[in-house]
Design a protein around this ligand. Structure first.
Ligand code: TXA
Ligand code: MG
Length: 327
């Protein structure tokens, strides 16, 4: 029966301690049962991820955060009501049963209720199967450590091959970049990772109480805050639009894959059009970087996008993709 029902099959694999490629509206996750230490260890090994990097626990509904966190502030329920299901992760004080492997040994846990209908169906069926016990699915982005995140089922299969037990196909992720992370575990809210939901939107919901700290401020314990994250294999650099013509002239001998709003009048440049809208840009970003990486050029050049709230997530990912600057 479950052979015909991918959601039921995914739940079976999770319950058996396996790894599932799970579509979400942000990026695809490499999902395991968060209460199964052996499964969590397999997931870390498949990703090649250092053990002290915490992973997000995905839940079917907001009220389940009480199964995973303690001392939950009113701000958590306010953000949950405003943005869940959706591309937001909330960091809270962890409940005692939450494994060190999930939290990276910290006293906090990251929680998210995704909006993708396939993810939601899996999480809801998983919760029913857990029959009242805490039901959480730990899922980092389904890329090997430091590489570009996947936004299609095919990307997940490319990254992991047989190391992933089952990949659910939920189409191309709508948001395209990882969730906004807001830390509510100590005092004022802080945005640890920008995403589709902006710091200004978070501050608007929390009012003056939460607004003060709601600005992007990456901390080292967020793995995405490491240098050289989300990186293509081809050396990648960001160039300001005003500098681009001169840069292309100075590098006329190089084969360049260029992501920019306007096609350049240059030979030897493969051009990908850069969307003018931040959400459209984010939606296509990782698939575009993968395609540019596969083009076999000497360099990937990205014309720096605009600055400002809606672009924070895109600019954050591009800065990491472009580090360190190639010679
Ligand atoms: O959109 C997303 O968030 C995707 C989808 C699959 O949900 N997941 C994702 O997971 O991006 P990952 O593991 O690639 O990134 C999660 C980030 C990491 O930077 C991790 O350090 C941070 O969340 N994180 C998780 N738990 C945390 C905690 N307790 N404190 C601070 N940062 C935490
Ligand atoms: Mg990641």
């Amino acid at each position: 029966m479950s052979a015909d029902d991918p959601v039921a099959r995914a739940v079976e694999v999770l319950l058996a301690g396996g790894l599932v490629g799970l579509p979400t509206e942000t990026v695809y996750g490499l999902a395991v049962d968060a209460s199964n230490p052996a499964a969590v260890a397999r997931m870390f090994a498949a990703k090649g991820r250092p053990a002290d990097h915490p992973v997000i626990v995905h839940l079917a509904e907001a009220r389940a955060i009480a199964d995973w966190a303690v001392d939950i502030p009113a701000a958590a329920w306010q953000l949950a009501a405003a943005f869940w299901p959706g591309p937001l992760t909330i960091i809270l004080k962890r409940a005692p049963h939450v494994a060190d492997a999930i939290t990276g040994g910290q006293d906090t846990v990251g929680l998210r209720v995704p909006a993708h209908p396939v993810a939601h169906a899996v999480l809801a069926a998983f919760a029913r199967a857990r029959a009242g016990r805490p039901a959480g699915v730990a899922a980092p982005s389904a890329n090997t450590f430091g590489r570009v995140s996947p936004t299609t089922a095919a990307h997940v299969r490319e990254e992991f091959g047989d190391a992933v037990d089952f990949v659910l196909d939920g189409g191309q992720s709508a948001v395209g970049i990882e969730s906004t992370i807001v830390d509510l575990s100590s005092g004022a809210a802080r945005v640890l990772r920008p995403g589709r939901i902006t710091a200004a939107q978070v501050a608007a919901v929390l009012g003056s109480a939460g607004a003060a700290g709601a600005v992007p401020s990456p901390v080292p314990r967020v793995s995405g805050a490491l240098d050289s994250h989300y990186a293509p294999r081809t050396p990648t650099l960001l160039v300001a639009g005003a500098d681009l013509p001169a840069w292309l002239d100075a590098h006329a001998g190089r084969r360049v894959a260029l992501l920019s709003p306007a096609a350049p009048a240059r030979d030897g440049v493969l051009h990908w059009p850069a969307p003018a809208d931040a959400e459209v840009y984010a939606h296509a970003l990782y698939a575009t970087l993968r395609a540019m990486d596969a083009a076999g050029c000497d360099l990937i050049v990205v014309q720096a996008p605009p600055q400002g709230g809606a672009w924070d997530g895109v600019n954050d990912r591009l800065r990491r993709a472009a580090h360190p600057a190639p010679a």
